[in-house]
Design a protein around this ligand. Structure first.
Ligand code: BGC
Length: 473
């Protein structure tokens, strides 16, 4: 399917995204405090020996980010989604605000705007101050207040420069990553399960609830102060699907998984209720989720201005192996399915997801806050070029799917590729590249890949199809 030229309207935002810890480096500069990720990688070496965020792609360095912004401008980006680091802004999480960090980000935002690029500021993309992580992080209900205070500092210092704020990124994936980090710390290995297993269900639902409440509290405070802007959360949404020939138990498990990973968030935000099937499962299992009677209503009453959608893949679900447990559900990836690092490649499911936001959730304004892919062995520099044909096709087909959903009425306002650059992929270290811009880890040299060239054409309004993703080498 071709990408319609009409997508290149003035208002629609064409962007790319990154997150502070994955790109900035300079982990002790300008009075920054330690984050839980400094602990994971530098103190506990959970991503392997020598893998550290200390340099990453050197994005904290203004000389470097100015060159990167010049590249973004050349590609035609009109928006850039980045995150600010809580332990830079408030080094110990709760104490005084650090003026050097504020000055740094104000300069970065001015640099983006000078290039005609709209800043989309994410307040929190997983780098929790280490002191707060030690106090229980999102498991502690006080985290709602901690975040509200931090958000107030961000709004006070940036409301005059920024009007698009993503409050929090991907609660369920953050939780799954933390579970994996702790398993590696304690046992040397672990599984990455975004759908929590029985042992982690209670704590997952508890942290999801606190994160949603934290977002709601920040939104209220923004309004009380009378600031002007749009606020939303970036949710990783996973259409939960079965293979052909699935049993009734498999189908039932997929519905429950949808409840835990999608409806838990969306129902609270758009209906002011938590899904009954998940609440029933929690009470049948006797789980202590800490959810209080008015929590979902508080979240619904926040009326977020937009929904940030992070989409990579649907999730295959089957009935798990727990005997006698009706609700046992587990995620898996069928061996024969074409897939990227983050799962099955299914643009049709992206379209269906956007359609569902319209039919089931009142068609909220949506920004695609992340969409992208990485493929094992694909990003190889040859003759000065990186021909990431699979990523190129992934992006072109997903953009076409989004456009098709928009033509059927989905209210999508912008699209951000994950990621602008290859960067530090959390516990996978530097092994999994996701960027449109190749980064040489030794020299920090940047090289836009084939996918960047094609994305630039999409932004210009050219008719582009996956057949245009042709290797140049
Ligand atoms: C996260 C990013 C991550 C990307 C690719 C998303 O879930 O928000 O931080 O790098 O996926 O795995």
């Amino acid at each position: 399917m071709a990408v319609s030229p009409s997508a290149a309207t003035d208002k629609f935002l064409w962007g790319a995204a990154s997150a502070a810890y994955q790109v900035e480096g300079s982990t002790t500069a300008d009075g920054k405090g330690p984050s839980v990720w400094d602990d994971y990688l530098d103190r506990l070496h959970l991503a392997g020996p020598g893998i550290s965020g200390a340099v990453a792609i050197d994005f904290y360095n203004r000389d470097q980010h100015l060159k990167d912004i010049a590249l973004f401008k050349k590609l035609g980006l009109t928006s850039y989604r980045f995150s600010v680091s809580w332990p830079r802004i408030i080094p110990d999480g709760l104490g005084p605000v650090n003026p050097a960090a504020i000055a740094h980000y104000r300069q970065f935002i001015s640099d983006l705007k000078a290039a005609g690029i709209k800043p989309m500021l994410t307040l929190y993309h997983w780098d929790m101050p280490a002191s707060l992580a030690a106090a229980g992080g999102w498991e502690n209900r006080d985290s709602v207040k901690w975040f509200e205070r931090y958000a107030d500092a961000i709004f006070a210092n940036f409301h005059d420069q920024v009007d698009l704020f993503v409050l929090l990124n991907e609660p369920s994936v953050e939780r799954a990553t933390k579970t994996l980090a702790e398993a590696i710390r304690d046992n040397g290995k672990g599984d990455f399960k975004i759908l929590p297993d029985a042992d982690h269900m209670a704590v997952s639902l508890k942290t999801y609830n606190h994160i949603l409440l934290a977002g709601a509290a920040a939104k209220k405070s923004f309004e009380v102060h009378g600031y002007k802007g749009q606020l939303g959360l970036a949710l990783p949404l996973f259409p939960t699907i079965n293979e052909d020939g699935a049993s009734d138990a498999d189908k039932k498990s997929a519905v429950l998984a949808d409840g835990v990973l999608n409806r838990w968030f969306l129902d609270a935000m758009y209906k002011g209720t938590y899904p009954q099937d998940v609440l029933d499962m929690a009470s049948a299992r006797g789980l202590d989720t800490g959810v209080q009677p008015d929590d979902a209503k508080t979240i619904g009453d926040a009326h977020f201005d937009f929904l940030g959608v992070n989409f990579y893949s649907p999730m295959y679900v089957r009935h798990g192996a727990m005997p006698g447990d009706d609700f046992s559900a587990e995620q898996y990836l069928p061996k024969t399915v074409y897939s990227a690092f983050n799962g099955a490649v299914r643009p049709d499911q992206f379209k269906a997801l956007l359609g569902r936001m319209k039919s089931e959730y009142g068609n909220p304004p949506v920004y695609i806050t992340e969409n992208g892919a990485g493929f094992a062995g694909e990003d190889v520099m040859k003759n000065g070029k990186v021909d990431d044909v699979q990523r190129c096709r992934y992006l072109v087909t997903h953009i076409a799917a989004m456009k098709s959903a928009m033509s059927e009425g989905a209210d999508v306002r912008g699209y951000h590729v994950w990621s602008s650059h290859d960067n530090l992929e959390w516990l996978s270290g530097y092994a999994s590249r996701f960027g449109m811009i190749y980064v040489d880890w030794d020299t920090q040299k940047r090289t836009p890949k084939l996918s960047a060239d094609l994305y630039a054409r999409v932004i210009r309004g050219d008719k582009v199809t996956e057949a245009d993703c042709v290797a140049r080498n």
